[in-house]
Design a protein around this ligand. Structure first.
Ligand code: FES
Ligand code: FE2
Length: 409
């Protein structure tokens, strides 16, 4: 039934459902360059949290794809996103990770910019021709900035629909999990994975692997068998976004072996409910797993590496004890040296390392190939991801695939 065609980067059934991708998409420099323009240089991309820049003059620096950007609040408290480049000779303008400033000054020839991007200061002005006017120059600004539940997104494409239209059906879940932005940033847990950025997205929304890849370490730590989570669902939304949803695992603290001193999956803040893993294409993830609440921002670092910025969160009204517990749990599970992170890193890097083999297919066959949702350990989410990716790069023909409302890519 499935013909694996070596020429195809993305293989689809007759109605456009993806069932295989070629490993060239993890190693090809030209595809990577196209992703930078057609995906990161166009779509809504996560750049940080509102609470990172609380006051007029607060700024942070980060990246949209490979392009360095400054995210700041101007004097009127409006959030702006500028390319982090001086308009004179193109030096990176701000080199700190974050801070507060009244204006921005380039280190090289000290051209100076107001927080709204205007060029306001040029040293040794008498040496410039009479036709040179500061008012003709300003920082390169991304035309679109939007905030949703405390998350800041920016986009290069002026014509893109609103952020909420782009995120479509995932919006209510984002608002629910982030309580409309009533969140507090506890800290960061950043790490680099030597794998293509799409492998990180795949891994995050891959509900098939947790009970298998993570089984040894989880069994040790929980001193119990670790089984696939039952009762979960996986939904592929339009535009490459996905949600995995499953019942929260609640472990009774009284049954814990204190000698282990490992909080692992112990859930203290709630008695049940749902866990969520969301992928907001292309570079954002929102996870609520037991007491772990975190947002991830991906920054591609060349075709075979990705930086993962993990924002470790709590709810504003959490007790100090719960905040500590959330931070500790993230640290042991999903932080830089968290047990799940290390397992996942090995798996992603294993794919990257084998990507140049003559056999080079990733098969995405679990679950009904024509469905958009199903059990959380099936592969709907990955198929939806690659449908959007293929469309964004013009590899998949939009005409052959039934259009869905709010479909942008
Ligand atoms: S490069 Fe920035 S002032 Fe010259
Ligand atoms: Fe994992």
């Amino acid at each position: 039934m499935y013909e694996i065609d070596d020429a195809q980067l993305v293989s689809c059934t007759t109605n456009g459902s993806v069932y295989a991708v070629d490993h060239r998409i993890y190693i090809d420099e030209e595809l990577y360059r196209q992703e930078q323009s057609n995906i990161f240089g166009r779509l809504w991309v996560l750049v940080g949290l509102e609470s990172e820049i609380p006051n007029p003059g607060s700024f942070k620096t980060t990246y949209v794809g490979e392009r360095p950007v400054i995210v700041l609040r101007d004097e009127k408290s409006a959030i702006r996103v500028f390319e982090n480049v001086c308009v004179h000779r193109g030096a990176k303008l701000v080199r700190k990770n974050c801070g507060t400033a009244k204006s921005l000054t380039c280190l090289y020839h000290q051209w100076n910019y107001a927080l709204d991007g205007r060029l306001i200061g040029v040293p040794m002005p008498s040496g410039f021709p009479a036709s040179f006017k500061k008012e003709d120059f300003r920082l390169s600004e991304l035309p679109r900035v939007a905030v949703l539940a405390g998350l800041i997104f920016a986009a290069y494409d002026k014509t893109l629909p609103s952020l909420e239209e782009y995120l479509s059906g995932v919006v209510p879940l984002i608002k629910e999990v982030l309580r409309d932005g009533e969140i507090e940033l506890l800290g960061y847990a950043n790490h680099r994975v030597k794998a293509n950025w799409k492998l990180f997205v795949e891994n995050t929304v891959d509900g098939y692997h947790p009970a298998l890849l993570h089984k040894p370490i989880q069994s040790n730590r929980m001193q119990a068998s670790y089984r696939p989570r039952a009762g979960g669902t996986c939904i592929a939304f339009v535009n490459g976004h996905n949600v995995l949803k499953f019942p929260t695992t609640v472990v009774d603290e009284k049954t814990w072996d204190p000698a282990l001193d490992l909080p692992s999956l112990l859930c203290k803040s709630r008695d049940g409910g749902w866990d969520y893993v969301m992928n907001l294409f292309p570079n954002a993830m929102l996870l609520l797993l037991g007491d772990m609440l975190l947002v991830r921002q991906l920054i591609p670092r060349g075709v075979s590496a990705v930086d993962v910025i993990a924002y470790d969160l709590a709810y504003k009204d959490d007790s100090e004890d719960i905040k500590r517990h959330r931070a500790r749990t993230v640290g042991t599970q999903l932080g830089t040296a968290g047990v799940a992170s290390v397992d996942d890193k090995y798996a992603m890097e294993a794919i990257q390392q084998a990507s140049s083999c003559s056999y080079r297919k990733t098969l995405l066959l679990r679950g009904d190939p024509e469905a958009r949702d199903g059990d959380s350990n099936e592969e709907f989410s990955l198929r939806g991801l690659y449908e959007a990716w293929g469309r964004a790069l013009g590899i998949l023909n939009k005409g052959g695939i039934p259009a869905q409302s709010q479909q942008i890519i």
